[in-house]
Design a protein around this ligand. Structure first.
Ligand code: DGT
Ligand code: CA
Ligand code: CA
Length: 574
């Protein structure tokens, strides 16, 4: 349904006209059209096809022509031209609560303010107070508005969203009024950052809403209705909970899981087949065909059900129609974590604690991958200490025999010239070697990584692009060249599951699969309390269309050891 998109255009249109000082009747016409279309219960495309547009109040021939142009081409030429005539950043200013088009115009004309940054600087300098009609009160209101806006436009890391959502769902599940409950939205799709958290439930609505707004970590209740509530939790994040009728639960889950682009594409499939789909169900005329589960909706459309993580309209709808969806790696498929730091280097947990946690998680093996000697800040191990640590692993392997296998590993530094921080003699005594870059983040690191992969003992490249979400961009690297070399040399690329990395990211995972490179999903844990994050890595892999066969630590110990041996063989080492 294009209603919202179109309404947004008309709203922006009105804003620009107001900013430009156009006549009030003109502005109101666009404003009213925007509101009308936004509140419409029918699909604007259907109304257009049936020639009913001009029957809508306030829509004359001229607006009709614009709507038709938008539906035909996806844009309106006149609006595009108008938009190009004002600075882009003006739109950001208009999004600040308490700042309207008139204020923006004044700020622009008198003080040359074109962006949020400009505005903040002007407030700091006290420039706003010089404007007609601007007293301390009004300036303070704008400052508050900016604060709100910046908070609202901030997204949180998936790991935090998952942590909050799981916490809420686990508490509410215990409540007798709750029948079914699930996360939806970008959190369910395991997107690397999340705007707000969406939760759906069925059961006794009033009791559920009450239980929700009274959860101990709820800081503020923004809205409380009989079927929906919106709260801010301690972490500062917004959470929406909706209580749904059981026979609409599937369609609501489908709708609120999104993504928006998946839903928009899916709706065109529905229309083609003569159906109507919304959050209440799948309808033929007035008859409801499906809605209780997501599966019955997709099935009625002749489709398989795409896993939530790939609902981004990047080919999953076509694949679902043609019954060729990938068999994604599952959250329970991981047999062991192959990147963990112990207190021998910069970790906080002992190897024994890590082993016990791994047993609890049902793993078959783990690799302890402490840092190498050059990484002094992370207490990297000298050769001597590494070998001593290995003896402790031998001792613990005897103790835990039949329960878990602890692999001797390292996260060896890739030095600036691409050589490694331990020699081959040392590396050959290890079971699993992860190599990584920890320095010179501004240079092109492609050659450096390619050279490291030529070492027969390197089994995986850790966090291959080096990005840290919201903090550090990827270092310059030709990721396609790295992926090809990984496939060629039998080196796995890591999906680092630590919550601020998720590196490789989803699109790179998909590229790796395309070139036949193997992947390894590990947490880079520095404490046993980090090990749960493996699910963030699996989610990222799923978003990248990764299957079980692509992931070396979804295999048993024997097969993993074979993977290590085969690379050595390839390079003439038996
Ligand atoms: P977020 O919160 O920004 O990380 O992203 P989402 O995907 O959770 O988006 P949100 O919370 O705005 O809405 C949840 C879902 O509801 C979204 O994924 C799809 C659906 N949805 C929201 N707005 C629209 C819309 O205008 N059209 C369609 N077709 N679906 C929408
Ligand atoms: Ca959301
Ligand atoms: Ca939402």
């Amino acid at each position: 349904m294009k209603n919202k998109e179109l309404a947004d255009i008309f709203d922006r249109w009105a804003n620009i006209l107001e900013f430009m000082g156009d006549n009030p009747y003109h502005i109101r016409a666009y404003r009213n059209a925007a509101r009308l279309i936004r509140d419409l219960s029918e699909d604007i495309e259907v109304l257009a096809r049936e020639g009913k547009l001009t029957k809508l109040p306030g829509i004359g021939q001229r607006l009709q022509a614009k709507i038709l142009e938008f539906l035909r081409t996806g844009k309106i030429e006149e609006f595009e031209k108008l938009k190009a005539s004002v600075p882009d950043t003006i739109f950001t200013l208009l999004d600040i609560p308490g700042v309207g088009p008139k204020t923006v115009k004044l700020l622009y004309d008198r003080l040359g303010i074109r962006s949020l940054e400009d505005l903040k600087r002007a407030i700091e300098r006290g420039d706003l107070l010089k404007l007609p009609g601007f007293g301390p009160k009004k300036v303070e209101k704008i400052r508050k508005g900016i604060e709100l806006f910046e908070k609202a436009s901030g997204r949180i890391l998936l790991g935090i969203a998952v942590f909050i959502a799981d916490g809420i769902i686990n508490q509410l599940k215990e409540h007798s009024a709750v029948e079914r409950i699930s996360v939806a939205g970008s959190t369910r799709r395991m997107k690397e950052t999340v705007g707000d958290i969406d939760i759906l439930a069925t059961g006794k609505n009033l009791e559920i809403i009450d239980a929700f707004v009274n959860l101990p970590n709820v800081k503020e209740v923004l809205w409380k209705g009989t079927k929906k509530a919106t709260v801010i939790v301690e972490e500062g994040e917004q959470v929406d909970l909706r209580v749904i009728e059981p026979d609409s639960y599937g369609s609501a889950l489908q709708y609120f899981t999104g993504s928006k682009s998946h839903n928009i594409h899916l709706r065109t499939i529905c229309i083609k087949q003569g159906y109507k789909l919304n959050e209440y169900g799948l309808f033929k005329g007035d008859v409801k065909i499906a809605g209780r589960t997501e599966e019955e909706i997709y099935e009625a459309l002749g489709m398989d059900t795409p896993p939530p993580e790939i609902r981004e309209d990047t080919g999953e709808i076509e694949a679902a129609l043609e019954h060729r969806l990938p068999e994604l790696i599952d959250y329970g498929d991981i047999k062991g974590d192959l990147h963990i730091h112990s207190n021998w280097s910069d970790g906080a947990s002992t190897i024994e604690e890590i082993a016990l946690k791994a047993i609890e998680m049902g793993y078959k093996y783990i690799a302890i991958t402490d840092h190498s000697k050059s990484l002094r800040v992370a207490n990297g191990l000298s050769e001597e200490d590494l070998l001593k640590r290995n003896e402790e692993i031998d001792r613990l392997n005897k103790k835990f025999q039949g329960k878990i296998k602890i692999l001797k590993g390292t996260e060896v530094d890739i030095l600036p010239d691409g050589s490694l921080d331990y020699n081959d003699e040392i590396l050959s005594q290890l079971d699993f070697v992860v190599a990584a870059i920890h320095s010179r983040f501004t240079q092109d690191n492609t050659k450096r990584i390619l050279k490291a992969m030529e070492n027969p003992y390197v089994n995986a490249i850790a966090h291959p692009t080096g990005r840290v979400i919201g903090q550090r961009e990827s270092y310059p690297v030709d990721i396609e060249a790295v992926i090809k070399k990984a496939a060629e040399t039998g080196t796995a690329l890591e999906i680092n599951a630590y919550y601020n990395r998720l590196d490789l990211k989803d699109v790179h995972c998909r590229l790796a699969v395309k070139y036949g490179a193997k992947l390894v999903i590990s947490t880079d844990s520095h404490h046993v309390d980090h090990m749960w994050m493996i699910k963030l890595g699996v989610g990222t892999a799923r978003r990248g269309w990764v299957e079980k066969k692509d992931v070396i630590n979804a295999k048993g110990l024997r097969e993993l050891q074979k993977f290590v041996k085969e690379k050595r063989k390839k390079f003439g080492i038996s």
